[in-house]
Design a binder for this molecule. Structure first.
Ligand code: DC
Length: 216
């Protein structure tokens, strides 16, 4: 079974997708990590993504691989370097770029084809990467709750970014994700909305597992 899981930043997509994949024995693919990996490369190497020739070369030079939580860029595991406020603040430029999106979605479509039972998480999985998915979850929560969760996640990694700053970052990313010209975040007609505001992780997982069982 192919499962698409889309939704705004901080909605709990990764936690839910990982938990569902573990419970059901599915492969978990986090497409946001690929956009994050390229953002890291852009910042590290000061790449001008507005220069098409430079950008194409940089994309060709980026071999990305995902294995569960681990994200490899040209062989280096960068998972501990891509979840930072600096990446969050710069990623919208990358995610709005048409050439980068085309490159990423081709790579992700191939991953989806090659994996039998998959939960793929992102913003355009149901609309672009896996429109043939058997289930299309759209996971969301109130913006304040999403910001509170992100502050907590950051603190666990010893990154201290205030609630107000985090809320601003998330609102900015929401706007960019939903308003961008190419592959904006949106629901499809057959999306199943999972609003987990005020719900525990277990309650949300159970709700989603019930839906998956009904579909089998
Ligand atoms: O899920 P995340 O917060 O790690 O994603 C990081 C950014 O990548 C997010 O702001 C939007 C972008 N993204 C995207 O545009 N398309 C995807 N399929 C996944 C992520």
């Amino acid at each position: 079974m192919k499962i698409a899981l889309d939704g705004p930043a901080g909605a709990g997509k990764s936690t839910l997708a990982k938990a569902l994949a573990k419970r059901c024995g599915y492969t978990y693919i986090n497409t946001g990590a690929l956009y994050r990996a390229f953002t890291l490369k852009m910042l590290d190497e000061n790449i001008d993504i507005e220069n098409e020739a430079v950008l194409l070369r940089a994309l060709e030079d980026s071999v990305m691989k995902i294995e569960g939580d681990n994200v490899y860029l040209n062989g280096e595991n960068i998972k501990d370097r891509i979840y930072t406020p600096q990446i969050d603040q710069n990623i919208s430029k990358v995610a709005c770029n048409r050439t980068i999106r085309q490159h990423m979605s081709e790579m992700q479509k191939k991953m989806a084809r090659e994996t039998e039972n998959v939960i793929m998480e992102g913003r355009d999985i149901a609309t672009v990467v896996m429109p043939e998915a058997d289930i299309k979850f759209f996971v969301t929560a109130s913006v304040e709750e999403r910001a509170r969760r992100r502050v907590k996640q950051n603190e666990e990694k010893n990154i201290f970014h205030s609630f107000e700053e985090t809320l601003k970052d998330i609102q900015y990313r929401d706007e960019k994700d939903t308003q961008r010209e190419f592959a904006p975040l949106m629901m499809t007609k057959d999306s199943i909305v999972i609003d987990n505001t005020g719900k525990t992780l277990e309650e949300t997982i159970e709700e989603m597992i019930c839906i998956m069982q009904e579909k089998k």
